[in-house]
Design a protein around this ligand. Structure first.
Ligand code: ZN
Length: 483
């Protein structure tokens, strides 16, 4: 049915690039549109469809996560289903999207593991050679294989082949949704009524052809979307501002400013919440042993935890907006944040990372800058916290503690997060670094630059300060910002 789109010609690519410089296209979602059940049982057909659809999508997710080749949304259908060919394709496409992001995250985490393992082996060899025992707190990294994602939420990412939004002729409703069902040739027609704020948002817009349907607590919801072009406001010769993402401060800029923090009230609330959940889990286990039926056991899911997550995201939004208001005419350069690998490298801070929703920071930067037509770009973050900006020496010992960067070779010293922000800003336009395929390649490139620096400065091998025992290594194993 579907055909792979033809490859863009060089001319088309050029045109697209030229366009990119003058405007950015934002896709805005219109959420919380409730599907109205005009007569009872009308949406049953949708429920039946969902059961079959979810099972089929799960089959493809499992397949796409396990095979060698990368997930292909144009893959030839192979599973039996009651769904039409068109629905079958929609399921394959959705599964390919889910599998793709799962594979990327897993691969990043695995590479971070290999990196940590190499680091560990190096440190152990150093310790053996020097006779100074390795910090007992530092454990050999372990790899635990990731589970294949399980689809629990009833959600359909549909296109016009299966779900069509039609303008309503009479004034009672705004749209009709025509949904193909398991009963071929007998589509379901559901009226859609928009709230006034929905109407305001989409007035004069052309809606995208893709729609999302999902069911939560027995109610079906529709999400519509439209594209919006925002002209680029940032001048070409504007200054670059590097943005480092962290725990101590959500954001540190190369202009020496800090925004937002997970410490203080939020951290205390998080700790209380975690203890409460632990107590509940204990009680639950105890009651279970005594044979209390599972329906009567206390729930361990945490409403306060969800509230805290919302609060953290609000704080992040506020910090990002403040940062943007302070730098209205700048190019914002931030990192491709890899939460999976950060989580892996910083076991001790795991729950903090989870609670602080670090991944929300780059998302919010991307969104908030695009909305204002500001130029914002991501760069590779590998070793941005360990690399010396002067001589390019990379070593975890360049971070004797959370706050300090101090190069073990040339002695360059700066506040650690600000240094990382500088390094990120410098990496924009560094095509050699951008071309590196993985962390290993980045490290090799930085090592090469360090060697060049040494030759230029007429230096022979200098003993890094760490080997002379000048730094206390005990803190570096729980160093959150290691990337
Ligand atoms: Zn240095």
């Amino acid at each position: 049915m579907s055909r792979k789109p033809e490859k863009a010609t060089a001319e088309e690519k050029k045109q697209r690039q030229r366009k990119k410089k003058t405007k950015q296209t934002l896709t805005r979602a219109v959420t919380h549109i409730r599907l109205i059940e005009a007569n009872p049982g009308k949406l049953d057909a949708l429920d039946h469809l969902m059961v079959v659809y979810l099972a089929l999508t799960q089959e493809y997710v499992t397949l796409f996560c396990q095979v060698e080749t990368s997930p292909d949304k144009f893959a030839v259908p192979i599973f039996e289903t009651k769904l039409s060919d068109r629905w079958h394709r929609v399921a394959i496409q959705q599964a390919a999207g889910i599998a793709k992001s799962w594979r990327t995250n897993r691969q990043n985490a695995y590479e971070a593991y290999l990196e940590a393992l190499a680091d560990y082996a190096e440190a152990r060899a150093k310790a053996e050679a020097s006779g100074v025992p390795l910090d007992p707190k530092r454990k050999e990294p372990e790899w635990r294989e990731w589970k294949i994602p399980e689809l629990r939420v009833s959600s359909i990412q549909a296109n016009t082949n299966v779900v069509v939004v039609e303008q309503s002729e009479d004034s009672t409703f705004d749209f009709w949704l025509r949904i193909s069902t398991l009963d071929k040739g007998n589509p379901l027609r559901v009226p859609v009524k928009l709230a006034s704020y929905h109407k305001q948002t989409i007035a004069g817009r052309t809606l995208n052809t893709s729609t999302t349907l999902h069911k939560r607590k027995g109610i079906w919801w529709l999400t519509l979307s439209f594209d919006e072009d925002v002209p680029l406001q940032t001048a070409k010769d504007s200054s670059k501002v590097g943005v480092d993402v962290g725990i101590v401060h959500f954001i540190t800029t190369s202009t020496n400013k800090e925004y937002g923090s997970f410490h203080g009230k939020m951290a205390r609330q998080h700790k209380r919440d975690r203890e409460k959940r632990r107590r509940k889990a204990k009680l639950r286990a105890c009651l279970e042993k005594k044979g209390v039926p599972s329906g009567q056991l206390p729930s361990t899911s945490s409403a306060t935890g969800q509230r805290l997550g919302r609060f953290v995201r609000q704080e992040i939004n506020r910090a990002v907006n403040e940062m943007i208001l302070d730098h209205p005419n700048a190019w914002i350069i931030y990192e491709e944040l890899n939460v999976a690998s950060m989580r892996f490298k910083a076991r001790a801070m795991n729950s903090y990372l989870y609670a602080s929703n670090l991944a929300h920071i780059p998302e919010q930067i991307a969104w908030a800058t695009a909305k204002r037509g500001m130029a914002a770009h991501t760069v590779k973050a590998a070793y941005s916290s360990q690399e010396c900006p002067r001589c390019h020496f990379v070593d975890r010992a360049n971070r004797p503690n959370q706050q300090t960067f101090c190069c073990g070779v040339c002695g360059y010293t700066e506040q650690a997060d600000r240094k990382a922000a500088h390094t990120l800003a410098d990496r924009w336009g560094d095509t050699e670094l951008a071309a590196c395929r993985d962390q290993k390649a980045v490290k090799a490139l930085l090592l090469k630059r360090h060697e060049n620096w040494k030759q230029k400065n007429g230096l022979v091998v200098v003993q890094p300060a760490v080997q002379l025992g000048l730094w206390d290594l005990s803190q570096t194993s729980t160093d959150v910002a290691e990337r």
